[in-house]
Design a binder for this molecule. Structure first.
Ligand code: DGP
Length: 113
């Protein structure tokens, strides 16, 4: 079973968040430490730790998370944006509840650090 994380606590309403979108499968809210003028996290309600842990059974949910990411980006007025899923500590993942970063509102360099 997945470990309880700060995002599970946000989903349960134990910790407040600045919500921008919600449905039966996911929640989107502003990152507490924004790296750009728009920085939103889209998380599944199912506590999947990482993209390292998904299987075929998650195909629909993963597609839904990306659709919501695009919806949120447009809702925030972005024309260009970046979606990031850090997968594993070595890739910068710090919260082990799968999340899609939606980042935009400034020029974004490539490659990332
Ligand atoms: P990552 O490094 O990919 O695991 O991103 C985790 C993000 O989660 C990081 O950008 C900061 C954000 N974050 C951590 N704790 C909280 C919190 O309590 N509330 C909100 N809104 N964001 C958080």
């Amino acid at each position: 079973m997945a470990e309880d994380t700060i995002f599970s606590r946000i989903l349960r309403g134990e910790i407040p968040c600045d919500e921008v979108y919600s449905d039966e499968h996911c929640l989107a809210f502003r990152d507490i430490s924004p790296q750009a003028p728009v920085h939103v996290l889209v998380i599944p309600r199912e506590p999947i730790p990482s993209l390292q842990d998904v299987g075929e059974e998650h195909a629909g949910l993963l597609g839904h998370l990306l659709l919501v990411a695009a919806r949120v980006a447009k809702q925030e007025g972005l024309e260009d944006w970046r979606t990031v899923i850090n997968s594993g500590a070595g890739a910068g993942q710090t919260v082990f509840h799968l999340h899609v970063h939606v980042i935009g509102g400034r020029a974004l360099d490539w490659p990332p650090g």
